[in-house]
Each structure stands twice: as structure tokens, then as C-alpha cells.
Design a binder for this molecule. Structure first.
Ligand code: VTB
Length: 332
């Protein structure tokens, strides 16, 4: 048995703490550039910090969702090998700064995100759009369907929840492409919470509707974010479907080279994230899912949520890093 595998199969639970360190490092790096109006710089800092931290983890990791192709991005590109090269073979999906624009504007809900799976567990989705629909746990299977109309999905969900449609709220990215969707949801009587960016959080909010007020996520966002959201939902429970939404022929070709030959295929949550999965997100800016990084004197404080599909554990970790210069050091 490789040293980092769990005795009963799947990923070793020690990795839970390791992945938390990785998103913590990315979040701290990005947080220094909050509100500077420079998305690229904040993203770059998060990517670099994440890569550095990943290099210390005992895994034979392969990036399957990353910062683009090797020729576009020098770090965390698709196919890059990460980790110490010892330990289990795992696949990794990263979004070092989810919500670059919100971070650059110091608005709520930007996150550093990573998911890790057994080899082959994460859908190799190219960087293009995906049409998504998601609800939280506790409903009977097939309560939603990407191919059903918004009105039908909302009616089905309301029935399952035992409330009128008027008590359902949908979260949707605020984009002109969603004008018809938003109108249809409102016409059916449900409410819409629009978000400027950050649909991984949007999907996760559906898992705690009592707290967040959000019951369902709809709409077209990034495919990489779709796979990461599916990984989170696999751990917490819920239902999600996604279908790639190419805007041009080259995107279809790209998807095919990455193994998705049927571009119209509707992926279930389990098809996007299978086997044992660990998901970690650390807040960059304060948000309703997580607090952002707080710099207090010589300390940087972070809040992270780590999810594990094997056990369904939801672990919130508050960490206080002692900083020297701009670097975190181990506390003694
Ligand atoms: C979403 C969201 C991201 O991109 O995937 C969105 O999760 C979709 O892309 O945070 P458009 O901006 O092109 O609509 C982000 O907003 C990141 O840019």
C-alpha cells in the first residue's frame, strides 16, 4: 500500500490537512492584492503560492483542471505533475483564485479552491462554458433536470421541499446571456439572487438553504468551476448536472482532444467527480460561505472548509499564521 492511501481504499485522510494548507497559502497571497484592481496580479500570486505549497505534498499529482494549456500558462497547467512525486497517484483540479474580479474589487466571496481525487476521478473539462443546474441534499433523485424548463425544475423542487414556488430562490450569474433564464424564473414566481462572479460558491450555497436562502443554482458559467462545484457537492450531498456549452468549433475540438467526444453529453455530478474526493476552499475576501483573510498585526488569519466524500465530513478550519515579512512561518 502506498504510504498515503487509506487502509480501506481511497485517499488518506491526512490529505485533508495538506490540501487545506494549499488553499490557505493561495488565499493569503491573493488577499494581499485585494482591491487593487489588478485581476492578473492577484490571480498570479494565488497560482504561484498554490503551486509552491502543492510541491510539498506527498502525492504524485497531475493537474486535470488548471490554468489552461502548457503553452498558455507556465504554472498549474493541465497535465502538470505536482507534489513530491511520492505517495498516491491523484488528479487535481485547481482554481487558485475563484472570482478574480471580485478580489480585484475587494467584493465578497472570492475563494482559493482545490479538489483532489483518486486518479481518473475528475472530469477533464476544458476551459470553456458549461450549462449547470444544482440543488442541495435531501431531495429524491432526479428532482432537477438540465433539459427541463426552469418552470418545471422550480415546480419539481418546490414540491419536493413542500413549499410554494414563491418560496424558492435561485442563484444565477448576473450576465446578459441569462436574461431569458432570469425572466423565466421570476415568471414562475421564484426569487433570483444574482451574483457578479463566483459560481462555485453559488452551487455550494444550495446545500444550506436555511442559512443562505438559496435553493437552486442555474446557468452558464465556467466548466472548470462546474467540475469543482460537483466535487464539493459530491462530498456534502446534492444533485448537479452539467453540459459543455461551446461558443466556437475550436472549443468542441479541444473538448474532444480531452476525451469528451459527445459535446452534448449531460454529465451528472458523479460523472464529473467520482471515487474518493477531497475539496478545499479558503476565503480570500469575506463572504457568506467563508471569512476572507484577515491580517492582524503579525498574523494572517484564514478560514477554510474542507470536504471529504468518503465520510461526508464538513470541516471548518480557522488558522492563524505568524508572518515574517510577507511569508507565513510555522508557529512554535
Ligand atoms: C463563472 C464564475 C467565475 O467566470 O464560472 C464565470 O464561477 C463565468 O464566466 O468566478 P463569464 O465571466 O465569462 O461569464 C467567473 O466569474 C470567473 O471569471
Amino acid at each position: 500500500m502506498a504510504k498515503s492511501e487509506h487502509p480501506t481504499g481511497g485517499l488518506d485522510r491526512v490529505l485533508v490537512l495538506e490540501v487545506a494548507r494549499v488553499t490557505e497559502a493561495a488565499a493569503i497571497a491573493a488577499a494581499r492584492l485585494r482591491g487593487r484592481g489588478n485581476e492578473k496580479a492577484a490571480d498570479g500570486a494565488a497560482v504561484e503560492a498554490m503551486r509552491k505549497e502543492l510541491a510539498k505534498v506527498n502525492i504524485r499529482g497531475r493537474v486535470v483542471i488548471g490554468e489552461g494549456e502548457m503553452d498558455e500558462s507556465p504554472m498549474l497547467y493541465i497535465g502538470e505533475e505536482v507534489g513530491t512525486g511520492e505517495g498516491p497517484e491523484v488528479d487535481i483540479a485547481v482554481d487558485p483564485l475563484e472570482g478574480t474580479t471580485i478580489c480585484a474589487k475587494a467584493m465578497p466571496n472570492s475563494l482559493a479552491v482545490l479538489a483532489i481525487s483518486e486518479r481518473g476521478g475528475l472530469l477533464n473539462a476544458p476551459d470553456m462554458y458549461m450549462d449547470k443546474i444544482a440543488v442541495g441534499p435531501g431531495y429524491s433523485p432526479n428532482v432537477i433536470d438540465l433539459d427541463a424548463s426552469p418552470a418545471d425544475n422550480l415546480a419539481s423542487l418546490a414540491r419536493a421541499k413542500g413549499v410554494p414556488v414563491s418560496e424558492i430562490t435561485a442563484c444565477i450569474l448576473d450576465r446578459p446571456r441569462h436574461a431569458d433564464l432570469i425572466a423565466a424564473v421570476r415568471k414562475s414566481g421564484a426569487g433570483v439572487q444574482l451574483i457578479p462572479d463566483g459560481d462555485i460558491a453559488g452551487v455550494i450555497w444550495t446545500t444550506d438553504s436555511k442559512e443562505t436562502g438559496i435553493d437552486i443554482y442555474f446557468g452558464i458559467g465556467g466548466a472548470p468551476e462546474g467540475v469543482l462545484a460537483a466535487a464539493a457537492l459530491r462530498c456534502i450531498g446534492g444533485q448537479m448536472q452539467g453540459r459543455l456549452h461551446p461558443l466556437k468549433k475550436e472549443e468542441e475540438t479541444r473538448a474532444a482532444t480531452m476525451g469528451i467526444t459527445d459535446i452534448r453529453r449531460k454529465f451528472s455530478m458523479d460523472e464529473m467527480a467520482s471515487g474518493d474526493v477531497i475539496f478545499s476552499a479558503t476565503g480570500v475576501t469575506d463572504g457568506s460561505l467563508l471569512d476572507g483573510v484577515h491580517f492582524r498585526g503579525e498574523f494572517a488569519e484564514t478560514e477554510t472548509v474542507v470536504l471529504r466524500s468518503k465520510t461526508g465530513t464538513v470541516r471548518r478550519i480557522k488558522t492563524s499564521f505568524r508572518m515574517i515579512g510577507t511569508k507565513a512561518v510555522a508557529r512554535v
